[in-house]
Write a protein that binds this ligand. Structure first.
Ligand code: ADP
Ligand code: ADP
Ligand code: MG
Length: 456
C-alpha cells in the first residue's frame, strides 16, 4: 500500500484526494502556488510545499517543481486530479522515469487517447461505434470540403488535443468551412500547443452519456453505470445526473454502452479510473466521442449510486491491488444529481467573479454532499477555474433527488462574489428538466434567466 503521496492539484479535488488518503492511512503532500497560500488543500494536507507563482505555468503546470517537491518530501506517488497535468503523457512518463507512481493510466494509454482523432481510429478498428468524420486529423481544405459535403452540413471541426469544450467549431455550410477551420486551429494552438483538427458529423441534439470504468493492473475492467452530462453550456457541463433519466435510458442500452466502454478501455491497455464519453442520438444509437483518462469532476454522482469510493479505488489500484469489485457486484441504487457551483455571473454572460467570500452557508443533511475548498473569508484567486464547489444529492429516486436539490440550493449562500446558485435553482425547476426530457442543445435553446432580464 502507498504510504505517502503528493497531490498535484488544488481546490476541491485536492481536498477530495486528501480525505480519501486519510481513510487509507496514506500521508499527503499538497503543492500550492503563491496565490494559494491560504488554500484549504494546503492547510489540510500533512505537508505543503510552495511550488511557484500564481500563474498555472509557474506552479500547477511546473513539472520540475512538482517532481522536486516529491523528492524532497519522499512522496512515492502523484495524484494529478483533473485539469492541469492530469492528461499530460509527458508528465506521466517523467513520473515513470523518476520512479514515482503516477496515479492514473500508463503514459502510453494517455498518449493514445489524448489524440482524439487517433483514438477514434483505434476504437473504430475494434468495433466501438464512432461518429462519422475524417480518418484522423485533416489539414487539406479540399479534402475537408469533399468530406463535409459527403457527411452533410452541419459538421464540427474539433481539436485533436482538445479538452474542456475548447477548440470546437460548428460549420453550417461550405463558405464557413475554411474560416472555422482556421479559428479552431488557432484556438487549439493557443490552448493545447497543437493545431491539429479533425472533422465530425454534427449530431443534432444528442445526449452526452458517459460510462465510468475502473481497471486494475491485471487486466480486470468493470463499468459503473452512466452519467448523463447533457446539461451543457458552450460544450461545458453544468449539471450531471446518474442514472440517465428513463425512458430514454434502458437497462439494455446501459449494458450495451457498458460493454463498449470496457472494450474501449481494454484496447488501450487502460488501468485506473477512466471515463468513456459517448453521444447518443434520438434512436438510442451511441458513438464513442473521447476517453477522459483521469478522475472526473462529476465522479461523486457515480459514487452515490454505486456506493463505491472512486478515489480510494484509484489509490488501491495504484498500490498494485486487484479490483475487489466484480461486475455483478455493481448495483445502482437511487438517483444522484450534481450541480457545479461556479464563481461567475450568469447575468454578465457567466463572466468569472473572483474575490473574497464574506460569508458562506453550505447545506448538509441526509443525502446531501458538498465538495468544496471554499470557506468564509476565503479569497478566490482569479488565476484558475471558476468552479468553487459541487453540490451533490442522492435520493431514493429522481423525484426525491430533485426535491433535495431544491432545498439544498435554496439554502446555499455564498456572499461576496457572484455565483450560479440561483441559475442552477431556476434550471432544476424547469419543466423540461423535471420531466428528464433534455439534450445537449437544451441550454443553447433556452434562456433560463429570461424572466430576470424582464423578457419573460
Ligand atoms: P469533466 O468531464 O471532468 O467535467 P471537463 O472537460 O469539464 O471534464 O474538465 C475538467 C477540468 O479540467 C476543468 O477544470 C477543465 O477546465 C479542465 N480541462 C479539461 N481538459 C483540459 C485540457 N486539455 N487542458 C487544460 N485543462 C483542461
Ligand atoms: P472535450 O474534449 O472538449 O470535452 P468533446 O469531444 O468531449 O470535447 O465534446 C464536448 C461536447 O461537445 C460534447 O459533450 C457535446 O456536447 C459536443 N459535441 C462534441 N462532438 C459533437 C458532435 N459530433 N455532434 C454534436 N455535438 C458534439
Ligand atoms: Mg469531453
Amino acid at each position: 500500500m502507498l504510504k505517502k503521496i503528493l497531490i498535484a492539484n488544488r481546490g476541491e479535488i485536492a481536498v477530495r484526494v486528501i480525505r480519501a488518503c486519510r481513510e487509507l492511512g496514506i500521508k499527503t503532500v499538497a503543492v500550492y502556488s503563491t496565490a494559494d497560500k491560504n488554500a484549504l488543500h494546503a492547510m489540510l494536507a500533512d505537508e505543503a510545499v510552495c511550488i511557484g507563482g500564481a500563474q498555472s505555468k509557474d506552479s500547477y503546470l511546473n513539472v520540475r517543481a512538482i517532481i522536486s517537491a516529491c523528492e524532497i518530501t519522499g512522496a512515492e506517488a502523484i495524484h494529478p486530479g483533473f485539469g492541469f497535468l492530469s492528461e499530460n503523457p509527458a508528465f506521466a512518463r517523467m513520473c515513470e522515469k523518476c520512479g514515482i507512481v503516477f496515479i492514473g493510466p500508463r503514459a502510453t494509454s494517455i498518449e493514445m487517447l489524448g489524440d482524439k482523432a487517433q483514438a477514434k481510429e483505434t476504437m473504430k478498428e475494434n468495433g466501438v461505434p464512432v461518429i462519422m468524420g475524417s480518418d484522423g486529423a485533416i489539414s487539406n481544405i479540399h479534402a475537408a470540403k469533399t468530406l463535409s459535403r459527403d457527411l452533410g452540413y452541419p459538421v464540427l471541426v474539433k481539436a485533436s488535443a482538445g479538452g474542456g469544450g475548447r477548440g470546437i467549431r460548428i460549420v453550417h455550410n461550405e463558405d464557413e468551412l475554411e474560416p472555422q477551420m482556421k479559428a479552431a486551429r488557432q484556438e487549439a494552438l493557443a490552448c493545447f500547443g497543437n493545431d491539429e483538427v479533425y472533422i465530425e458529423k454534427f449530431i443534432e441534439n444528442p445526449k452526452h452519456i458517459e460510462i465510468q470504468i475502473l481497471a486494475d493492473n491485471y487486466g480486470d475492467v468493470i463499468y459503473l453505470g452512466e452519467r448523463d452530462c447533457s446539461m451543457q453550456r458552450r460544450n461545458q457541463k453544468v449539471l450531471e445526473e446518474a442514472p440517465s433519466p428513463a425512458p430514454f435510458m434502458t437497462q439494455e442500452l446501459r449494458e450495451k454502452m457498458g460493454r463498449a466502454a470496457v472494450t474501449a478501455a481494454r484496447v488501450c491497455g487502460y488501468r485506473n479510473a477512466g471515463t468513456i464519453e459517448f453521444l447518443v442520438d434520438k434512436n438510442g444509437d451511441f458513438y464513442f466521442m473521447e476517453m477522459n483518462t483521469r478522475i472526473q469532476v462529476e465522479h461523486p454522482i457515480t459514487e452515490a449510486v454505486t456506493g463505491i469510493d472512486l478515489v480510494k479505488q484509484q489509490l488501491l489500484i495504484a498500490s498494485g491491488e486487484r479490483l475487489s469489485i466484480k461486475q455483478e457486484d455493481v448495483k445502482l441504487t437511487g438517483h444522484a444529481i450534481e450541480c457545479r457551483i461556479n464563481a461567475e455571473d450568469p447575468m454578465k454572460d457567466f463572466r468569472p467573479s473572483p474575490g473574497k467570500i464574506n460569508t458562506m452557508f453550505i447545506p448538509g443533511g441526509f443525502g446531501v454532499r458538498v465538495d468544496t475548498a471554499a470557506y468564509p473569508g476565503y479569497e478566490i484567486p482569479p488565476y484558475y477555474d471558476s468552479m468553487i464547489g459541487k453540490l451533490i444529492v442522492h435520493g431514493k429516486d429522481r423525484d426525491e433527488a430533485i426535491a433535495k436539490m431544491n432545498w439544498a440550493l435554496a439554502e446555499f449562500i455564498v456572499d461576496g462574489v457572484a455565483t450560479n446558485v440561483d441559475f442552477q435553482l431556476k434550471l432544476i425547476r424547469r419543466p423540461e428538466f423535471i420531466a428528464g426530457d433534455y439534450d445537449n442543445g437544451f441550454l443553447n435553446r433556452t434562456d433560463i434567466l429570461a424572466d430576470e432580464r424582464g423578457e419573460g
